[in-house]
Write a protein that binds this ligand. Structure first.
Ligand code: HEC
Ligand code: HEC
Ligand code: HEC
Length: 357
């Protein structure tokens, strides 16, 4: 297939063959993505509606950072460094977060979202992370509540507020993470239950054991840190749920595109395999000369963390400081979706299906 005239790894697309060298040089120079806002604005216009930041988070970030923002996700064990636990992040300011979400963080699986989310959406999702997951990390009173919870409540209510099975015949400790718990447990009711206990259960009265201020602090921690909305209960996520259920790995492309896997396969073999290998093992003919090495699509970190939106974003934005071009400079949205669809089907879905058998 490969003609002896073409440089390995030189992308080929018929209409502009001659211009590829300059284009790729330009790609590498501007891979930081300075003018990407307009693409994302167009994507938002295509999506049509003002987007709910909770749905954005749960659709595009929770696959790595976890439903509860604590970094507990399928991808966790296999990404180095692992995705950030926002509930313990005391060192992140809003501006730094916005830049990282837009442009990515070099040397980690966190690539920029600047091509897919516009500035307004990026600010909204960052504020959502701060208000939902980082409140505990940044408020000393809630941190005191977290400590009190660990000392006095965790044994029965679980480290994440999930409750624990009770010895037979006894009423189990309340699971704080369910939608019912969020609906029925008001702050007043919880303060009363913690102060006076619940008759005929193991939920003892803390009056006399904890001062009122501590009871308030631990209840506020339970509300801010444990009674978090989960993906299924977030309005807006349900729009996607029809197509993907609750599995973030099944999410469609963010901009409403459907990839053509046959076209994507052809493009992959012509332009990507030279680095990533036909088998996706990162051992293409050019890989030998490159540092850092092209991503091996067979490793678990890739398969667990890279759904369609994440692959699309990685291909579109490229990797600053690595020889991974920003393909949005030379491909249309549709072409990026095609090749991303192929990478997803061939290396994420297939491999995962095979290894779970
Ligand atoms: C493919 C996995 C993945 C996805 C998807 C992902 N992240 Fe990340 N994120 C990471 C990793 C890995 C880090 C780096 C952690 C570190 O450096 O310790 C990170 C770091 C960050 C940081 C910076 C924290 C720091 O330590 O400097 C922010 C903010 C962030 N992510 C927000 C988001 C948001 C918002 C989304 C969704 C729009 C998102 N991430 C999607 C994997 C991911
Ligand atoms: C020895 C086990 C145990 C410990 C320790 C414990 N709980 Fe409970 N808790 C329970 C059980 C069992 C229930 C269920 C009671 C019921 O359904 O009426 C419960 C229920 C609750 C409820 C819901 C009450 C309601 O109104 O329905 C809250 C709030 C609560 N616990 C908070 C706390 C806090 C805060 C602490 C720590 C300061 C704590 N619990 C310590 C066992 C425990
Ligand atoms: C010149 C070599 C080269 C070519 C050509 C190339 N890549 Fe890459 N690719 C890389 C390197 C290097 C990395 C970064 C590995 C790292 O950061 O550890 C990478 C990373 C990736 C990632 C993962 C990003 C991440 O965060 O790990 C994806 C997905 C990807 N490439 C897809 C593609 C696709 C699809 C094509 C073809 C359209 C392609 N690449 C072409 C070298 C290349």
């Amino acid at each position: 297939m490969r003609s002896s005239m073409s440089m390995p790894g030189t992308p080929r697309r018929n209409p502009h063959q001659g211009a590829w060298h300059q284009l790729i040089a330009a790609v590498l120079l501007v891979a930081g993505g300075v003018h990407l806002g307009s693409d994302a604005d167009a994507a938002e216009r295509k999506r049509g509606s003002a987007t709910d930041p909770a749905a954005l988070y749960h659709n595009y970030c929770s696959v790595c950072h976890g439903d509860r923002g604590d970094g507990n996700s399928r991808a966790k064990g296999s990404l180095v460094p692992p995705p950030r636990d926002f509930t313990r992040a005391t060192d992140l300011n809003r501006e730094a977060m916005i830049i990282i979400v837009r442009e990515g963080k070099a040397g980690t699986a966190m690539a920029g979202w600047g091509t897919q989310l516009n500035d307004r959406e990026i600010a909204a999702v960052v504020d959502y992370v701060r208000n939902t997951f980082m409140k505990v990390a940044t408020d000393p009173k809630l941190q005191r509540g977290r400590t009190l919870y660990a000392q006095n409540c965790m044994a029965c209510h679980g480290d994440r507020g999930q409750g624990a099975p009770a010895p037979s015949g006894l009423i189990p400790a309340k699971d704080f993470t369910t939608p019912q718990a969020r609906a029925e447990l008001t702050r007043e009711r919880m303060i009363a239950s913690v102060t006076n206990g619940r008759p005929n259960t193991q939920m003892v009265a803390f009056k006399g054991r904890l001062p009122d201020a501590d009871i308030a602090a631990v209840v506020d921690y339970v509300m801010a840190g444990l009674m978090l909305p989960t993906a299924g209960s977030i309005s807006g996520t349900s729009a996607h749920a029809n197509r993907s259920g609750d599995d973030p790995m099944a999410l469609p492309f963010i901009n409403g595109l459907t990839g053509n896997v046959a076209k994507g396969e052809r493009f992959y073999k012509d332009n990507c395999a030279t680095c990533h290998g036909i088998k996706g093992d990162g051992k293409g003919p050019r890989a030998y000369f490159i540092n850092p090495k092209p991503r091996n699509f067979e490793d678990a970190g890739f398969r667990n963390g890279f759904n369609r939106p994440a692959i699309y974003r990685a291909v579109a934005e490229g990797r600053l400081g690595a020889e991974m071009p920003a393909w949005n400079k030379v491909l249309t949205d549709q072409e990026i979706a095609d090749v991303s669809e192929y990478v997803f089907r061939a290396f994420v879905q297939q491999k995962t299906a095979r290894s779970s058998r």
